[in-house]
Design a protein around this ligand. Structure first.
Ligand SMILES: *[C@@H]1O[C@H](CO)[C@@H](O)[C@H](O)[C@H]1NC(C)=O
Ligand SMILES: *[C@@H]1O[C@H](CO)[C@@H](O)[C@H](O)[C@H]1NC(C)=O
Ligand SMILES: *[C@@H]1O[C@H](CO)[C@@H](O)[C@H](O)[C@H]1NC(C)=O
Ligand SMILES: *[C@@H]1O[C@H](CO)[C@@H](O)[C@H](O)[C@H]1NC(C)=O
Ligand SMILES: *[C@@H]1O[C@H](CO)[C@@H](O)[C@H](O)[C@H]1NC(C)=O
Ligand SMILES: *[C@@H]1O[C@H](CO)[C@@H](O)[C@H](O)[C@H]1NC(C)=O
Ligand SMILES: *[C@@H]1O[C@H](CO)[C@@H](O)[C@H](O)[C@H]1NC(C)=O
Ligand SMILES: *[C@@H]1O[C@H](CO)[C@@H](O)[C@H](O)[C@H]1NC(C)=O
Ligand SMILES: *[C@@H]1O[C@H](CO)[C@@H](O)[C@H](O)[C@H]1NC(C)=O
Ligand SMILES: *[C@@H]1O[C@H](CO)[C@@H](O)[C@H](O)[C@H]1NC(C)=O
Ligand SMILES: *[C@@H]1O[C@H](CO)[C@@H](O)[C@H](O)[C@H]1NC(C)=O
Ligand SMILES: CC(=O)N[C@H]1CO[C@H](CO)[C@@H](O)[C@@H]1O
Length: 669
């Protein structure tokens, strides 16, 4: 598994080659021990996979894991990375939950290591890391499949390409080059990346949906035992965050369409498998600006935390700019009219449509969304002043180690966001192209549960806008949702015996959960609440209590608005992460790095005269903890306290040993 470079140091002549090679991951698939097979339904689809021994320690050793790539032929090579982890126990094993982070261009490894994955990365001494089971990993309730998409995001790739990355800007230069003298050696690294050719990826959500349907066909036919059985309330779930407010509805709708095509023989049953989707979860999703945009200025000055983030006149102007003639609303409508007439399949080809839609996005962003930036606060958490470095970023160091790369079989280094994918989606104005509510309504009408889960301290896809989407969906759906969903009152989300994690409105298969004291990345801020809501949605239970109810005859009762006021927690102390300098470091810290001042220990900058090295973390082996690692909570009483802010060391359980805080860029994760 290890390269022999350590041994080679003894042999002067090989030292040089080894030092050079050590910067680049193993170049050949053979060296990574990947097993490559052709998909049983299509010999052109190849799956290369392995068991990633040691890469992610789970609650139980019995949990199956596979990492690999589904390779699909097309105009350019597409190798889509997946990481499958089996559920902790049999109670949960007939669910398969697909998790997608957003961006566009953000890797689902962010979710895996920082939100809801089976393990998390902790320091284990100086510049060494280990993984421990995440207490509230979603593998408690389901088999999990994390996918890096579209092509070139995270560990997905077209053509492995050597280059250099400037960590001060995150710019990647191809081919690799000598480090500029102006940069310190720790901020300019060689590595292997995707080609960074923006043509070699999807540039619209619809194109991405087609690619992922093919990818899942390859995956589910190679591992048929992982496709949930028929005739069970459990099945396939799709949970997506942020830009996933677009991916989720579009991908789910595509799967339903392809199932229908099998049903009517326009696609043969022998060349495609059914994807039996039972629930769709949207976590702080930006679904539709036409509905959500007015809630940016609203959230900035009128939120449950009593924060007036910006001048109220400025907020009024931002709001007015949405409605004004030629404003955000008109431009979105113009974009959608152009899409309908000239690019109904959202190919992203007609230049006129792209121009109109891109202009709409730029206008909405600049005039309606961004006035909030006056506040100097995080887009992902209104309580955090910039830089906001939550959640911690050690994982970026860990996943770029040779041992981890060999374990998962990657030929590439890892980056959290692919800037060319961002550009590709921006170039088509994908953000404003589609009204997703009709797709969501069609899913709901087909009996698929739809759960909206919104952290209430997020600004960028805030809960006020999310609630408006849930109401718009109810209004468009058949089957009584239009009247019964808004009529259902908000009930407490009872997370455990001691606290209420939020408020939920639920009728039938539709729920909207406001999660208290959570920013954009809900499972990172409130792991236990996020888990319980997730588990209840996929099991078809009451989101309020966890009770197994007959959803067709169920609704919540309570207040007509989820207006509980909460206290704004103090802004956390940021940590400057070397691998997230633009997002997590102040200007002073950036200068310090540039001048080679301070020390970087475990991926974080320390300014001072001597480095303090962390003692090896006391790694609590899961088998010896008293924490219960499986099972679901069902409420028998209503506790009186609300959730408290929950971040960084000292506040959480034994599993959370990481440092403070990280995320930013104008990219949604
Ligand atoms: C590949 O498999 C062989 C035999 O099982 C093993 O010795 C070697 O360490 C493996 N290499 C990697 C990179 O996992
Ligand atoms: C790429 O991975 C290698 C280990 O194989 C590491 O030495 C190098 O620093 C990494 N480069 C980047 C940009 O992460
Ligand atoms: C953590 O570090 C200690 C001491 O360096 C080492 O003995 C131990 O194996 C490491 N633990 C893990 C889980 O890697
Ligand atoms: C990257 O460079 C290394 C060292 O020159 C080389 O061994 C490797 O094949 C290159 N990888 C790719 C993908 O070009
Ligand atoms: C990165 O690769 C380039 C080209 O191979 C080389 O000139 C440069 O010295 C390498 N950088 C480091 C830090 O080794
Ligand atoms: C991408 O495609 C366009 C249109 O075909 C072409 O003009 C451009 O050169 C391509 N870009 C790259 C980097 O290949
Ligand atoms: C779930 O457990 C059953 C019984 O042990 C087993 O037959 C089945 O293959 C498992 N399914 C999955 C998806 O792991
Ligand atoms: C079959 O179903 C697909 C998907 O709903 C639809 O597009 C197509 O028109 C249908 N074909 C026939 C022959 O009904
Ligand atoms: C294909 O499978 C679907 C169910 O998944 C079924 O409804 C349909 O009748 C099958 N078609 C044929 C031709 O067997
Ligand atoms: C988007 O991708 C399609 C191919 O799927 C291509 O035809 C189109 O030119 C691309 N659009 C832009 C703006 O690059
Ligand atoms: C309930 O949650 C609180 C806060 O996270 C935690 O301290 C407590 O241990 C939990 N209680 C149970 C019974 O899980
Ligand atoms: C609209 C609707 O179905 N409302 C019901 C909600 O649930 C309460 C009791 O749980 C019923 O009394 C309402 O009729």
């Amino acid at each position: 598994m290890r390269l022999n470079c350590l041994d080679a140091v003894l042999v002067a002549t090989t030292t040089l080659t080894c030092l050079v090679k050590a910067q680049f991951p193993n170049a050949t698939p053979e060296a990574s021990n990947l097993t490559t097979i052709a998909s049983p339904i299509d010999p052109n689809i190849k799956i290369s996979y392995k068991v990633p021994d040691g890469a992610c320690n789970t609650a139980f050793e019995s949990q199956t894991q596979y990492t690999g790539w589904v390779s699909i032929p097309g105009d350019f090579p597409t190798n889509t990375f997946f990481w499958y982890v089996g559920a902790r126990d049999q109670q949960a094993n007939s669910s398969l939950t697909i998790w997608l982070n957003g961006g566009p261009g953000s890797s689902s490894m962010f979710g895996f290591f920082s939100e809801n994955g089976p393990c998390e990365v902790v320091d284990n001494g100086t510049n060494t890391y280990t993984t421990i089971a995440r207490e509230w990993g979603w593998d408690r309730a389901s088999n999990m499949l994390f996918i890096d998409q579209p092509n070139q995001v995270g560990f997905s790739y077209d053509v492995p390409t050597n280059g250099s990355i400037d960590l001060l800007t995150n710019n990647i230069y191809i081919p690799p080059a000598e480090r500029p003298n102006s940069l310190p050696s720790n901020a300019y690294l060689n590595g292997t990346f995707s080609s960074m050719n923006a043509n070699n990826t999807a540039n619209t959500t619809e194109t991405a949906a087609v690619a992922i349907w093919h990818m899942l066909q390859g995956f589910l036919t190679t591992f048929p035992e992982l496709n949930p059985p028929e005739d069970n309330i459990l099945g396939v779930n799709l949970f997506s965050e942020s830009y996933g407010g677009k991916y989720g509805p579009a991908f789910a709708y595509k799967w339903e369409q392809m199932n229908a095509a099998r049903g009517n023989s326009s696609v043969s049953n022998s060349t495609a498998v059914k994807i039996r989707l039972v629930s769709l979860g949207i976590v702080n999703g930006c679904v539709d600006d036409l509905i959500q945009a007015p809630f940016y200025p609203a959230m900035a000055v009128n939120n449950p935390y009593g924060l007036t983030a910006i001048n109220s006149i400025r907020a009024q102007m931002a709001n007015a700019s949405f409605y004004t003639s030629g404003g955000c609303r008109d431009q979105i409508n113009a974009c959608r009219a152009a899409v309908a007439s000239q690019d109904p399949n959202n190919s992203g080809a007609p230049a006129d449509v792209n121009r109109i839609c891109e202009a709409a996005y730029n206008s909405c962003t600049e005039n309606v969304m961004l006035p909030y930036s006056d506040a100097g606060r995080s887009l992902y958490d209104i309580s955090a002043l910039l830089p906001d470095s939550f959640p911690p970023k050690q994982y970026l160091e860990y996943v770029n180690t040779a041992a981890f790369q060999a374990a998962i079989g990657t030929r590439l280094n890892y980056t959290e966001t692919n800037s060319q994918v961002v550009s590709a989606f921006l170039s088509t104005g994908d953000y404003e192209r589609e009204a997703m509510v009709p797709k969501l309504a069609s899913l709901l009408n087909a009996g698929i549960r739809v759960g909206f889960i919104y952290g209430d301290r997020d600004y960028i896809c805030n809960w006020l806008g999310g609630e408006a989407v849930s109401l718009a969906l109810a209004a468009s759906a058949a089957g009584g949702y239009a009247s019964a969903f808004p009529a259902a009152g908000y009930a407490p989300i009872i997370v455990n015996d001691t606290y209420i994690g939020g408020a939920v409105r639920q009728f039938g298969n539709l729920s909207f959960s406001r999660v208290f004291q959570a920013g954009h990345f809900v499972p990172a801020y409130q792991p236990e609440t996020a888990f319980q809501v997730f588990a209840r949605v996929i099991r078809g239970d009451s989101v309020s209590t966890g009770e197994n109810v007959d959803l067709s005859a169920y609704n919540t009762t309570g207040d007509s608005s989820a207006s509980s006021s909460l206290n704004l927690p103090p802004s956390p102390e940021p940590t400057c992460w070397l691998r997230d300098i633009p997002g997590s470091c102040s200007e002073d810290q950036q200068s310090a790095i540039l001048n080679g001042e301070g020390f970087v220990v475990n991926g974080a900058l320390q300014t001072g005269t001597t480095a303090s090295t962390p003692a090896p973390t006391t790694v609590v082996e899961t088998s010896t903890t008293t924490a219960q690692l499986t099972g679901f909570f069902t409420a028998t009483a209503t506790p009186s306290s609300a959730a408290t802010p929950n971040r960084g060391p000292g506040v959480v359980d034994v599993f959370h040993l990481g440092g403070a805080a990280a995320a930013a860029l104008l990219v949604l994760s």
